[in-house]
Design a protein around this ligand. Sequence first.
Ligand code: SDX
Length: 447
Amino acid sequence: MSAPTTKPVAVPPWPGAKADGLVRLEINGESAELPIIVGTEGERALDIAKLRATTGTITLDEGYVNTGSTTSAITYLDGEQGILRYRGYPIEDLAAKADYVEVAYLLIYGELPTSDELDSFRTSLSHHTMIHEDMRSFYNGFPRDAHPMAIVGSVVGALSTFYQDSLDVRDPRQVEVSVHRLLAKLPTIAAYSYKKSVGQPLMYPRNDLGYCENFLQMMFAVPCEEYHVDPDFADALDMLLIVHADHEQNCSTSTVRMVGSSDANLFASISAGISALWGPLHGGANQACVEMLERIGADGGNVKKYVDLAKKKDSGFRLMGFGHRVYKNYDPRAKLIKATCDKLLAKLSIRDPIFDIAQQLEEVALADEYFIERKLYPNVDFYSGVIYRAMGIPVQMFTVLFAMGRLAGWIAHWIEMHHSPTKKICRPRQIYTGEKRREFIPITQRT
Ligand code: SDX
C-alpha cells in the first residue's frame, strides 16, 4: 500500500467528512486509488467503496474491530482519552446540567432545545405515555418469570400493530409521532413488565410527573396508598439514563441501523436493538456484573480468586462490567456512576456489600499486569447495578433501564441513517469456505 498522495481528490460521498489524499493499492496486478477521509476530530478512514470493483478483492474484519460503517454527527468518543460527547457536549456537563428529556432532544434534533422547544417536547411526550388498553392484556399472556427484556422487546415490536398510522419511514410527521410515542411509552412498557413479575396491578402513567418520577411511580406505587418518589432516586435515574443515552456504533445501535436500512418501521428497528442489547457481552453485562459480585460475596468476598480466574483463558469466566472494545482508558460513564453510587449510598446510609466488593475488585484488577497490559477498565456496567439495587430495582430490570436510556441514541441514529444522501441497505459480503460444487446423491445411495 503506497503512501497517501497529496493530489486533490473528488470530495468523498461521506457527509461531513473531508478528503485527505489517496492511497494507491496494487493487488494481483490490479490497482485501486482509495480516498482517505477525515472526520471533524481528525479520525481517518480508507474509503473502500471502489475496492472490489477495481481489484476483485474485499476486506474481512471479524466483529468490525477496524471497520467503520458510516459517518455520524451524533456522538464522539475517544477510547484512548476516555472522552464522550453528545453533539459536541461533554457527557460530564450534560450529566451535571441537563435532564434526560433535554439530552434526548439534543441527540435526536441535534441542538440543545430552547425553553419553549423543551416545554413543547415534554408536553408532547406527556400526552403519549399510555399504551393502547388492548396492549395491557399482552402482559397476561407472558409467564410470570419471563425476562423483562423479552417482554419489552415483544411489546415494542407490537407497537407497529396498534399505531399503524405512523409507520411510513418516508413521512417526517409520521416518524416524529413514532419517536414521541416510543420515548413516552417505553417507561410504561418497562414498568408494566416489572409489575407483571410481582403480580401487582399495572399503574397508569401520571402526566403531572417528570420522566423519571413517572417511571418510578409506575414501578413502585400501588393503588391502595399514596406513593412519593424519592427525589434522590429520580435524580440518580436521570443521570443513569443520560450516560446510557448513546455510544456511537455499538452492537445494538448498529443493529437498529441495519434493520432500519431495509426501511423497516421505527418500532421494528428499536425492537431489534433491544434484543441485541440483552446479550451479557453488551447491555446485559449490568445484570451479569451484579450476579458476579453477589457470587463473589457468597464465596467469602475473595476478589483475588476471581481476578485470577478471569485471567485464565479456558475458565470461560470474565469480569463482567470490565473491558471495552473502544475504551482503553477508564470509561467516563463509570466515573460518573461510581461518584453517584458514593453519594447516594452515603445519603441513604446504605452499606451495600457488593459496592465494597466492586471497589475491591477494581483495585485488585487495575493493579494486575493482565488488565494493565490489555487496558481493561471498569465500563458503564460495572457500578450501575449498585445504584439500581439501592433504588429497589430488581436485577432482571437493569438491562431494561439501559434500553430506556439508549432509546434516544437508537432513534437519533435511525433518523441520521435515513437522512444520509448515500443511504444503502446494509448487506455485508463474505468469503465462502465451504464445499466446491458437488453432484446430488439420491437418498437410496447415501450411506
Ligand atoms: C457495553 O460498544 C459499546 O460502546 C458498548 C457499550 C455501550 O454503551 O453501548 O459501552 C455498552 O456493552 C459495555 C461492555 C459490557 N460488557 C462487559 O462488561 C462484558 C465483559 N467484557 C468483555 O467481554 C469485553 O471486554 C468486551 C465484550 C466488552 C469487549 O470485547 P472485545 O473488544 O472483543 O475484546 P476481546 O474480547 O478481544 O478482549 C481482548 C483481550 C482478550 O484477552 P487476549 O485474547 O488478548 O489474551 O482482553 C481480554 C480477552 O480475554 N478481556 C477480558 C475481559 N474483557 C476482555 N478478560 C477478562 N475479563 C474481561 N472482562
